[in-house]
Design a protein around this ligand. Structure first.
Ligand SMILES: [Zn+2]
Length: 162
């Protein structure tokens, strides 16, 4: 059965969701939807998703030097909707990639930062004009690269195992 809070597919017979801990047994009538919402809010509040942006310059001999990197916040976890991509303002230079791309993502909760490096292996050229965040089952996110009409998704990152 599907967890009513994080949408994870829970094995039959389990009393609670192994991902978020929400009980699977017992009915929750529609007027108690607020219980689910409150539980979800508690799980996801204060969690943000950042991307590490690098800036490069060309040195005197024509080589490329990385001279700066900083985390840029993409979104708050609570602003995500299951099964949808939340597109973020494009603060990034558009580029065309015809190889795999590595993205340094970090999940932040308060002072704790979990750093993850994820691959995007599209198998075809990607127009990296926009970034979005796709919320999958079990409070898992995938970065979306492209635009609303055509995008590719990266590997998965858990929002809550920090
Ligand atoms: Zn769950």
């Amino acid at each position: 059965m599907q967890c009513r809070c994080c949408m994870f597919e829970v094995e039959n017979g389990k009393a609670s969701c192994p991902v978020c801990g929400f009980p699977t047994l017992g009915g929750i009538s529609s007027e108690h939807q607020s219980i689910i919402d409150e539980y979800r809010t508690n799980k996801l509040k204060n969690i943000s998703i950042d991307i590490l942006a690098y800036r490069y310059s060309i040195d005197g001999s024509g080589g490329i030097t990385e001279y700066d990197s900083e985390y840029i916040k993409l979104a708050e976890a609570l602003s995500l909707t299951y099964g949808e991509v939340l597109w973020v303002d494009d603060k990034f230079e558009s580029f065309e990639a015809n190889r795999s791309i590595v993205l340094d993502i970090s999940i932040c909760k308060g002072d704790v930062r979990k750093e993850c490096r994820v691959d995007l292996v599209p198998g075809e050229p990607v127009d990296c004009s926009g970034f979005g965040i796709y919320l999958d089952r079990g409070f898992i996110i995938k970065l979306a690269v492209g635009d609303k009409n055509k995008y590719h998704l990266t590997e998965s990152i858990s929002l809550i195992d920090i």
